[in-house]
Design a protein around this ligand. Structure first.
Ligand code: FAD
Ligand code: UDP
Length: 389
C-alpha cells in the first residue's frame, strides 16, 4: 500500500500518553494523526455509563492522583475535578478489614480500641529488620511483619501476578501506604480526584481544543505506518510488539472484567450489607486476598464519582495469564522482565525519528499522572528539536 496522506507526527495509541503529546505538538502548529486499534479513545482509562447513566471503568478502577502541580494544571484545562476519598476494604478470613493497614485495621485485629503508640510498639516487635528490601515480600515484612503480610499481601499478590512477592520488585507492594493513624485512604498523593464528567469527556475536550489533531479509531500501527507519511513517530503501544517480538514476548499480566448493573430494588435489599442506601458494598473497593475467590477486587465506582443515582455498577477483576490475544494490562515489575525489556530498549534507542513513551512502550508500571508527565516532557523535547510550525 502507498502512503496516501502526510502528517507531521504519527502517534500510535490514543491513551493518556498519545493524546497528551498530540495536544502539545498541535498547540505548536504541528499536524498530528493519532491512531488506536481499539474502537474508542482513552486507552485503559476510557470510561462509559451503563443504560441507567452510572459511570464505570471498563478496564478496571482508574483512581486519579498526583503530587505534580504541572500535571494537575495541565489536565485541568480539559476537565473540572470531583475530589474524592478512595476507600478500600480487604475481605479475608470471613470478614472485612480496613485497608491499607492503619490503626483501624490493628483495632480490628485486636478486637478492641487501641492507639498509635500501641500500634507502633506492636509493629516494632513484628517488623523484620531488612534495611534495603530486595523484593515485595521483604518490603512488607520490613514494614508490618509476617501476620499482616500473610493476611493481606501474600495471597493477593500471588493471585494478581501468579508470582510470589519475593519474585517482584519491592516497589510493587510498597505502592500501598501503611499508616499507624486512622487515615484509611488507599493512596498518599496530595491531589486525589476523578475528572468531574469522566476521562472520556476529558479526552474529548482535549481533542476539541486541538483542531490539528485527527483521531482514527480501529486503525492498527501496521496499517497507519503505510497510510500516513510522517516526519516523526510517537509509539505508545507494547515495545516488544513494535519490534516483532524478535527476542520473544515480554511478560505481561492480563485481566478479565465482569460488570454488573444493579437496580434500585436490588440495592434496597443490599442495605444490610452495604450499610448505605443506593450502594452494593460499603466502600469503593473490596480486595480479595483469599485463593478461594477467583477475582482480586470488587469495585463500585459510584462511591467515588458522587453520582446521585439509585442504581449502580459493580466490577469484578479476574487476573489472567497474558497471551498475544489479550490486552497487556501490566508489565511485570521484576528483574528478569526488566532484563528482557532492556534488549528491546537498546533497539528503541537506535530508531531514528521515533519516540517511545507510556506504560507499554517503556515497560513501566506507571500511573496516569506519571505517563502524563512523561508525555509533557517528550513534547518539550520534540518542540525543542523541531521547533514550532
Ligand atoms: P494505554 O492507556 O495502554 O494506551 C495505549 C493505547 O495504544 C491503547 O489504547 C492501545 O489500544 C493502543 N495501541 C497499542 N498498540 C497499538 C498498535 N499496534 N496499533 C494501534 N494502537 C495500539 N493509573 C492510575 O493513575 N490510577 C489507577 O487507579 C490506575 N488503575 C489501573 C488499573 C488497571 C486495571 C490498569 C491496567 C491500569 C491502571 N492504571 C492506573 C494505569 C493507567 O491505565 C496507565 O497509567 C495509563 O492508562 C497509561 O496510558 P498510556 O497512554 O501509556 O497507555
Ligand atoms: N496488593 C496486595 N494486597 C492488596 C492490594 C494490593 O498484596 O490488598 C499488592 C499487589 O501485589 C498489587 C500491588 O500491591 O499488585 C499494588 O496494588 P494496587 O492496588 O496499587 O494495584 P493496581 O491498582 O495497580 O492493580
Amino acid at each position: 500500500m502507498q502512503a496516501d496522506h502526510h502528517t507531521d507526527f504519527l502517534i500510535v495509541g490514543a491513551g493518556f500518553s498519545g493524546l497528551v503529546v498530540a495536544e502539545r505538538l498541535a498547540s505548536h502548529g504541528w499536524n498530528c494523526v493519532v491512531v488506536d486499534r481499539r474502537p474508542h479513545l482513552g486507552g485503559n482509562a476510557w470510561d462509559r455509563s451503563d443504560a441507567a447513566g452510572v459511570r464505570f471503568h471498563p478496564y478496571g478502577p482508574h483512581y486519579f492522583r498526583t503530587n505534580s502541580h504541572r500535571v494537575r494544571e495541565y489536565l485541568s484545562r480539559f476537565t473540572d475535578w470531583h475530589e474524592t476519598r478512595y476507600t478500600v476494604n480487604s475481605h479475608t478470613h470471613g470478614r472485612d478489614w480496613s485497608f491499607p493497614v492503619n490503626l483501624i485495621t490493628f483495632e480490628q485485629y485486636l478486637g478492641r480500641p487501641s492507639t498509635t503508640d500501641e500500634f507502633e510498639a506492636w509493629l516494632a516487635q513484628r517488623r523484620i529488620p531488612i534495611t534495603h528490601p530486595a523484593n515485595s515480600e521483604e518490603a512488607i515484612l520490613a514494614k508490618v511483619g509476617r501476620e499482616f503480610y500473610e493476611l493481606f499481601y501474600e495471597g493477593y499478590t500471588l493471585k494478581q501476578w501468579r508470582r510470589h512477592p519475593r519474585d517482584l520488585d519491592a516497589s510493587v507492594c510498597a505502592r500501598i501506604p501503611i499508616r499507624t493513624t486512622r487515615d484509611d485512604r488507599y493512596l498518599d498523593e496530595s491531589f486525589q480526584a476523578l475528572p468531574a464528567n469522566g476521562y472520556t469527556t476529558l479526552f474529548e475536550n482535549l481533542l476539541a481544543a486541538s483542531p490539528r489533531v485527527t483521531l482514527h479509531l480501529g486503525v492498527d500501527f501496521d496499517e497507519a505506518k503505510v497510510r500516513w507519511k510522517h516526519r516523526h513517530l510517537v509509539f505508545t503501544g507494547a515495545i516488544d510488539e513494535y519490534f516483532g517480538r524478535r527476542f520473544g514476548p515480554l511478560p505481561y499480566r492480563s485481566l478479565r472484567f465482569e460488570h454488573e448493573s444493579h437496580d434500585a430494588e436490588t440495592l434496597r435489599q443490599r442495605v444490610a450489607i452495604s450499610g448505605k442506601p443506593g450502594f452494593w458494598q460499603p466502600v469503593l473497593q473490596v480486595n480479595h486476598p483469599d485463593p478461594s475467590v477467583a477475582w482480586t477486587r470488587t469495585v463500585e465506582l459510584k462511591h467515588a464519582t458522587g453520582q446521585q443515582l439509585d442504581s449502580t455498577v459493580v466490577t469484578r477483576e479476574f487476573p489472567k495469564d497474558w497471551t498475544p490475544d489479550d490486552e497487556p494490562f501490566y508489565p511485570v515489575p521484576a528483574p528478569d522482565a526488566r532484563e528482557a525489556y532492556l534488549r528491546y530498549a537498546r533497539l528503541a534507542a537506535e530508531e531514528s525519528n521515533t519516540s517511545f513513551i507510556g506504560r507499554l512502550a517503556t515497560y513501566r508500571y506507571y500511573n496516569m499522572d506519571q505517563v502524563t508527565a512523561m508525555a509533557l516532557n517528550e513534547a518539550d523535547k520534540l518542540i525543542d528539536h523541531y521547533g514550532s510550525h
